[in-house]
Design a protein around this ligand. Sequence first.
Ligand code: URA
Length: 234
Amino acid sequence: MNPDQASVRQQAVLQELGVDVWVRRHPEGEDVSAEVAVRASHVPTDIDAGDWSALNQTIRACTACELHRSRTQAVCGVGNENADWLVIGEAPGADEDRQGEPFVGRAGQLLNEMLRAAGRPREHVYIANILKCRPPDNRDPKPEEVECCMPFLQRQIALLQPKLILVVGRIAAQNLLQTDTPIGKMRGRIYSYGDTDIPVVVTYHPAYLLRSPGQKRKAWEDLQLAMGVTGEQG
Ligand code: URA
């Protein structure tokens, strides 16, 4: 069990006890502004067991970090639960928070076009985010939010067993691959996810491509790299 899973489990146990707690996540003497309010009263059961439906129920009920207070709803994943491509983004935005589905806004439209161009229409892939709840004003995820949420993504990956992970955007790529490397330097090579053999390809976030359309050519190169991994013509 890794520490992320341990903390979610701990909350689950506390839920059974009906306990609301404050958890100090930083050692004594360090900045404590990142203390997270962990309200355990709606946190779920064991996320390493159970199917997609159990996982999604767990995600929807999660109150492990502050973001549950401002969300309309938690946004699970969407798509084909037997897909061989998993697309991972950063976090729900306003549209996703409202509709309960990842990548449904303008960036989502572009993502759909990118996937179609790669021969993988949206309905053929599975799409998830690092965070399942929207950060207010679309700010960057805080490390403690990622820490709380990562076990859900880990379980999504374990259930899906994708042949390829396409990770879009700096925040998603850095958190998934545990690095500070700038995205421009991460592109163009194939990583593997954690200690698995699952290949990971990094590309720009579609929201960035909407602002910087000149970079679309590079994104297409990334998609070709991804296509090559799963046997399509790149
Ligand atoms: N941006 C993301 O990273 N994910 C979404 O679901 C929507 C926008």
